[in-house]
Design a protein around this ligand. Sequence first.
Ligand code: URA
Length: 245
Amino acid sequence: MSDPALDPRESRRRACLEAMGIPCYLLRSPRQQLPSPSVTSQETPVSAPQTQPKPKEPSVAEMDWDQLEAAVRGCRGCDLHVSRKQAVLGVGKRDAELMIVGEAPGAEEDRLGEPFVGRAGKLLDNMLAAIGLHRGEVYIANILKCRPPGNRNPSVEEAAACAPYLQRQLALVAPRVILALGGVAAHNLLATEESVGRLRGRLHPLPGGEGEVLVTYHPAYLLRRPEEKAKAWADLQQLWRLLHE
Ligand code: URA
């Protein structure tokens, strides 16, 4: 059947072709082109999926406690994440006057997720009890949040990768006094290589932060060298005086 909307010549051409049984192909004008497969004439065009701009991740220095905990739990800033069971952020009172900083989690800490819960931790608890403190009244953290295999000393790179976490803990707790346990803690906190023997007995300003640092022997060292406990006891008495000034 011819289409009355077509011009007479085209109408005739089509009638002839139809009569001959020849299918009639028409060139469509642009307006007559079929809609593209994804869009029908009734539908509004489907626009590309809107990607919401991702909220900016806070830097470690801006994190609150929850963000810091999550960041440390998922940290892959050095190779220690491969061998750790879990990262150990810290424990205790988050606005304590006294913050204690040790070296790194050992096997028990790695297993339980809390700093100083092994043999050295028991001695630390006793040292605190000797000056009337309980671990819940202070904040305890380490230079490293993950256990170095075999409890070896932290490497410079590992300590550097972990440093922002401790810096943030120090800023959030804002302690008046920081007790550095052992050489690794003292050296990293004070950016010095002096021995614990030379650093103990006086207060050191915390570089780039608030609070003052007192240095004493690490409880693990005292377990190996009990003859040094008298010096540690003198340090604890100094700490008690500072906290009661
Ligand atoms: N356990 C810790 O959590 N830190 C140390 O430095 C030693 C044992």
